[in-house]
Design a protein around this ligand. Sequence first.
Ligand SMILES: O=P(O)(O)OC[C@H]1O[C@](O)(CO)[C@@H](O)[C@@H]1O
Length: 447
Amino acid sequence: MAADLTVNGVPSPLSAKVVGSFAYLTIRDRLPTILTKVIDTIHRTKNTFFEEYGEEGIQAEKQTISLLSKLRNEVQTDKPLLALTDDLQDTETWNQYMQRHQGLQGDQGSVSWFKSAWLYVECYMYRRIQEAVWLNPPIRDFDVFNEGKTQSFFESQQAVMALCTHLEEINKSMEQLSRSQLLDNFNTLLLVSLWGNKCDLSISAGQENSQKTSPLDSLSSLQPFILVDDSNMVWSTLISAQRPGQSGVRVDIVLDNAGFELVSDLVLADFLVSSGLAREIHFHGKSFPWFVSDVTVKDFHWTIQQTMAANHKWMSKSGFQWKSYMKEGVWSYHDHPFWTQPHEFCDMAADASDLYTRLQGADLVLFKGDLNYRKLTGDRYWDYTVSFDTALRGFGPAPLCSLRTLKANIQVGLQPGQGEKLTSQDPDWMTNGKYAVIQFHSPKSEQ
Ligand SMILES: O=P(O)(O)OC[C@H]1O[C@](O)(CO)[C@@H](O)[C@@H]1O
């Protein structure tokens, strides 16, 4: 890996300043493409804006497009990042974060797209899209990525039906399952949720990316592509956290993408509850449209609603079950501004102590997806063999597990020589989404 400077043993963050790197190609090609698609979506929605808000809707469409075109130009010409000018609840935090980074840049001057930390500038782009929409009140609540998320859900229907049918079969025989059968079912649904992370729209710059076939059929052929598999530790954490007289533990799932991935997470959550392993599931989502396909509160409820409305017995039954879990408080949905900020998670205890405290109440936290992995590890040039514990740099509110398919040049916790071997066999292994990890950390093991 192109290791860079380290400060006190901590490597520097990935950045587009490494010409030709995945970060560089993302800033040069993928972000402008995403912005162009957003502009196109807003333009195509012009008539709806007019029908709903008259001339003000048209003005809002024009002004939003102009702000987004300006943003695209800033990216393409490597302009300095600008302070946010809206009045959202996180504006101040974002602007303070920028000042902090400007301080770190030292003599190199301001923070800019191709020179600064990739994680920071990529997150910043999604926040600027939100600013552009927010500054135009008639279309404030418009989700510029909604179309793609909806399409990806409908294109995954066959896979969703197969998965809900599988869930029904498990639930029917739940009472008779032995401990080892329970474990087998747990492992299967954990894997489905893991591979569900292949379906994200940001890596494909918004191109269709759904799950067309039953994910259950391909699990064994995908097994060799799992580079680190700590699923046994996830299981033993769930089992050892069970308390006499209390039915099940609390599991938090930090969600990633809407569409098939969200369904795969809901199915896993359903199994955890119906098996009695968990008594409560807390889902964590984004407070505004993020990285193209990430789950917002609207996507979450819409997905449950659509599942209920499906013309398929077991799919619709699952949807009704999920709705009642929500109603009874067995499942709950939470968002927090920290999830749509650029911080590495080792900053959470200091910068979002309320969220850190909330996560401390969980017996297990599952972090879905690549972006969460980047934030867990700080998106830095770590050596492949550095341990996951080291890369977390003290972050550990509760036992946690990352379920991630690889879509960025960062991977830790590999065996000596494993990364080099992969590079020689498949040079794009870190970014082509073919490989995955189930990586676990327990704060207890550090005591
Ligand atoms: O949906 P996921 O798994 O978090 O993946 C999103 C990933 O796609 C990318 O946008 C590709 O650049 C990464 O920045 C990001 O980590």
